[in-house]
Design a protein around this ligand. Structure first.
Ligand code: ASP
Ligand code: MG
Length: 431
């Protein structure tokens, strides 16, 4: 049965990393394997900056950025292949020429459309280099264009999967133990062949889509962390690795902002009970985290998630009326129209509290539209702490000495909103 692997940008960030990837994949020879790859390192950020330069007509800046990105990719090719690089070097150059052409063709179009016609070049470049390197390392490889496989609607930058068309395309693939298949994460296309993208960090989702359509044996996300933790180890000094979680628990963690897995990823895997393994490409022998149907280990360790840059809106009816369902419906409708998401909603008799991701332009739009009918108070620079499976003493320890601006609690989850200035650099999860 087929395995699906996904490698993020860090695992192919330079020639040494790509060599390491080749060795790792060499260990899976003889197994039907589909490998989904992101753009190298921070290439997608660089492509976004390139887009901005083009759209603001900063032609010199645009040229510089394009040349730098091309030079970076060519340097990786050079480091891997040396004087043998001729053919590959030409292919990389022609991808950059194509990228430049697309920028010129789409720069006067809608931004999201322009974005999607250019942003996928990071993945097109990285997979071209990686596929060539795998061949060079004696691993028979076939490069696939994900835009022929992942079919979506035309909601640019956050395209929705056309599952029927995608299943049909993927179903036609020949997956066998002879040739490893390499394709891009993050991108797809409409039925009419217009490129689309699935949202930043969408390669996890791409891998899950392919695993679903291939009825894969399992999916493995090779990351620069050794698996899932109960808190971000960079922010919590006593975070512990989680060996096993259910899909449902992982979806909760991702939904509340844990950054390890793209939230849309789990549903397709869960639907077909395809196990997901998250492990480190740096220490490939370590077991990592297993995610499947089994809920037995959920909640063994309380999990903490920080979302910074939050804004709290307090909304009151002007006419001294109650904050009833009709008013909540009205306010939440405006929220949806503004394209915002509330991490915490708390209703009272005469007020509604909304804790929102700071998104200056959209927030401004929401505040303006609501202030026509409501009295509003707003606080910025806040941190939301979400805790799964907390004990009372743990919550007391985490909130001690900090003003709680809003809170919400149910049987499994507690959320507290704090001033960021009152939060520590390094958090500690109390016993
Ligand atoms: N390269 C894309 C990004 O950086 C997709 C991904 O890495 O998952 O957002
Ligand atoms: Mg990436």
């Amino acid at each position: 049965m087929t395995k699906v692997f996904k490698f993020g940008g860090a695992s192919i960030k330079d020639a040494a990393a790509i060599r390491h990837l080749g060795e790792l994949l060499g260990g899976f020879r003889g197994h039907p394997l589909v490998v989904v790859i992101s753009a190298m390192g921070k290439t997608t950020n660089a492509l976004e900056a390139l887009l901005e330069a083009m759209r603001s007509d900063q032609q010199d800046d645009y040229r510089d950025r394009l040349e730098r990105l091309e030079a970076d990719h060519l340097a990786t090719v050079e480091a891997l292949f040396g004087s043998e690089a001729g053919d590959l070097r030409d292919r990389i150059r022609s991808l950059f020429a194509e990228l430049d052409q697309r920028h010129r063709a789409y720069c006067h179009e809608d931004r999201a459309l322009h974005y999607d016609q250019t942003i996928g070049y990071g993945e097109l470049l990285s997979t071209t280099i990686v596929a060539a390197w795998l061949e060079e390392s004696g691993i028979a490889t076939r490069w696939l264009d994900a835009r022929d496989l992942i079919i979506t609607d035309a909601s640019h930058q956050a395209a929705n999967i056309d599952w029927q068309a995608t299943a049909q395309r993927v179903g036609e693939l020949e997956v066998d133990s002879e040739k490893l298949l390499v394709t891009q994460g993050f991108i797809g296309s409409t039925r009419d062949g217009l490129s689309t993208s699935l949202g930043r960090e969408g390669s996890d989702f791409s891998a899950a889509i392919l695993a679903y359509c291939l009825d894969a044996e399992d999916a493995t996300f090779w990351k620069d962390v050794p698996g899932l933790f109960n808190a971000d180890p960079r922010r919590f000094d006593n975070a512990v690795p989680l060996a096993h979680l259910s899909y449902a628990e992982t979806i909760e963690l991702a939904w509340h902002g844990a950054k390890v897995i793209h939230p849309k990823t789990l549903a397709p895997l869960q639907r077909k009970s395809i196990p997901l393994v998250v492990r480190s490409f740096e220490t490939p022998d370590a077991a990592g985290s297993l995610i499947d149907d089994d809920t037995r280990n959920d909640g063994e360790h309380p999990a903490c998630i920080l979302s910074e840059g939050q804004t709290l809106l307090e909304v009151h009816p002007r006419d001294l009326a109650f904050m009833d369902e009709a008013r909540q419906y009205h306010i939440l409708g405006r929220l949806v129209e503004a394209g915002l998401h509330a991490e915490l909603i708390d209703g009272g008799a005469t007020r509604l509290l909304l804790c929102l991701d700071s998104h200056p332009a959209r927030l401004e739009q929401l505040v303006q539209s609501l202030s026509v009918d409501y009295d509003m108070a707003r606080q910025d620079d806040l941190t939301l702490l979400t805790v799964r499976h907390p004990s009372a003493s743990l919550l007391a320890g985490l909130s001690e000495g900090r003003e709680i601006l809003a809170e919400r609690r149910n049987a499994t989850t507690a959320q507290y909103l704090f001033h960021t200035r009152e939060c520590p650099e390094a958090w500690h999860i109390p016993e």
